[in-house]
Design a protein around this ligand. Structure first.
Ligand SMILES: CC(C)(COP(=O)(O)OP(=O)(O)OC[C@H]1O[C@@H](n2cnc3c(N)ncnc32)[C@H](O)[C@@H]1OP(=O)(O)O)[C@@H](O)C(=O)NCCC(=O)NCCS
Length: 145
């Protein structure tokens, strides 16, 4: 398996981020509502492209939510690279880089590939949230300690 790296996204790369996010099913995934929200997010969190052999193959965004908790807000792997262990590698890198933290995230209850990927790297489903983001759409909340 080829190594991956995280390369920080810059504020001028909104169009590239948007294109990657548009590959996800919007019934199961909430893309950034616009450039303004994207720019705010990159100031407040770590937002990186996932790259392999110099090629961008996805993105990951996370933030230090509290002293010992890292919240993963966004993870997308481009369709042609899915089911090849990239999400797993990205989590391994995250856990290795950041160490012994509590990790948390939300995902849609019908996002099977996401749920399976998360369970396989050690997350546990903690609760069901009925109306996440105020959109009327549900989410599962997962944690890894
Ligand atoms: C969710 C997502 C990031 C997973 O990325 P990925 O690189 O394809 O995931 P991986 O290949 O690392 O999969 C991890 C494990 O889950 C398994 N898996 C994934 N989808 C599966 C499925 N539908 N059925 C069974 N197993 C599945 C893989 O086989 C792998 O396990 P293994 O390595 O033991 O075989 C990717 O599907 C994606 O970008 N989806 C669109 C965006 C999205 O919904 N993001 C999540 C937002 S919360």
């Amino acid at each position: 398996m080829n190594k991956i790296i995280f390369k920080k996204v810059s504020s001028s790369e909104w169009e590239k981020v948007k294109k990657i996010e548009q590959t996800a099913d919007t019934n199961l995934f909430r893309p950034y509502p616009g450039e303004k929200a994207f720019k705010k997010t990159i100031l407040e969190s770590v937002f990186c492209f996932i790259q392999q052999n110099g090629e961008t193959i996805g993105l990951i965004q996370y933030e230090q939510k509290s002293k010992n908790e890292v919240y993963v807000g966004d993870l997308v792997v481009l369709p042609e690279f899915r089911n090849q262990g990239i999400a797993k590698l990205a989590f391994k890198k995250l856990f290795n880089d950041l160490g012994d933290e509590k990790y948390s995230l939300h995902t849609h209850p019908q996002n099977t590939p996401a749920i399976i990927s998360y369970l396989k790297v050690g997350f546990k489903i903690m609760k069901w949230v009925d109306d996440y983001h105020g959109t009327g759409k549900p989410r599962l909340y997962l944690e890894k300690n």
